[in-house]
Write a protein that binds this ligand. Sequence first.
Ligand code: MTE
Ligand code: MO
Length: 364
Amino acid sequence: MDVSPFNPGALRSEPPEFSRSELGLANRNSGALLELLDADITPTGTHYLLTHFDVPLIDADAHMLDFAGAFDTPFRLSMAEIMALPAISRAVTLECAGNGRAGMHPRPVSMPWMHEAVGTSEWTGTQLAPLIARAGPRAGVLDFAFIGADTGFDKGVPHPFGRSLTPQQLAELDVMLVWGMNGAPLLPQHGAPLRLIVPGWYGMASVKWLTRIEALEHFYQGFQQVQTYRFRQHEDDPGEPVTSIQVRSLMKPPGVPDWFTRTRWLRPGPVRLSGRAWSGGGVPIARVEVLLDGQWADATLRPRPDIYAWTSWQIDWAATSGMHVLVCRATDANGNSQPMSPPHNLGGFANTAPQRVQVHVAEA
Ligand SMILES: Nc1nc2c(c(=O)[nH]1)N[C@H]1C(S)=C(S)[C@@H](COP(=O)(O)O)O[C@H]1N2
Ligand SMILES: [Mo]
């Protein structure tokens, strides 16, 4: 099921309109422009945005990152000290865990993403693990909390945006401390001057405006760690945590759009369809299939620039006059693919139901 404007019948079972609060969130948290999906690196400024509270304006010259808590040798680093560390740049695809939420039934009321909460940037920074090792976590450390400079309320609970990773997760993930995006300093809305990038995980783990890393001898209990980002069936269900990105694909909509409904128009004849597919944890994409005239056909895949970056795909279609719904679905090397109706959860996370693109094929 899909609530795209091409399928208004699907709206019957849910509130007929998005609330003003949801519209407000949708205005602040922009999505990617699907027509730019042919770019390996999402052009800076068109990368999706998800900010829970307010974007803080931080003076990079005065900014310090604190390594605090249960470390043997806690320390603080200035941006100059961090940027003098060995630098790495990696193309990493970031996706919001709420991507696809607006297509869930019933619709969880939150940031109403359709399909666009994804982008790939070349992130420049340094590896986190050597710095944690330098600070020397005590033997009893169970968790590392990553705290952002932004604070606000959710469900009446005031908190800074914070997330955590266990020592084992840190050992398995190529976590980066990042100050650059596509060869330029981070933009304020993407976490300037310093953020975490946790490749292969949904975006909530990649804490922006990072100010503090705290070693804990208990599990971090921050709101964004324990009260949300969990696959829950009902309010009292503790649920499973949301972690790795689940396999998904998107199509660059072909032809030209109606500006309001985004329905496409194109002429009959050969058309090259293209798009992207990605999965979490560095797992490669094994297959992308596209539904063309009632038949699933295999798209051609191109190698990805980094194990954490999306794969591009393409397929040729002989478009015939009439209305068509184009659908793509990906399968990763672990054999996971996009279910037609993914299981519901309260938060509306990881709705990987395939995108449907309605096209009207006709002579001018
Ligand atoms: N400090 C802080 N970090 C944050 C967030 C936030 O609201 N505050 N949002 C998270 C979520 S849910 C996502 S999907 C990504 C989005 O990163 P982007 O806005 O750079 O695309 O940032 C994550 N890091
Ligand atoms: Mo997110």
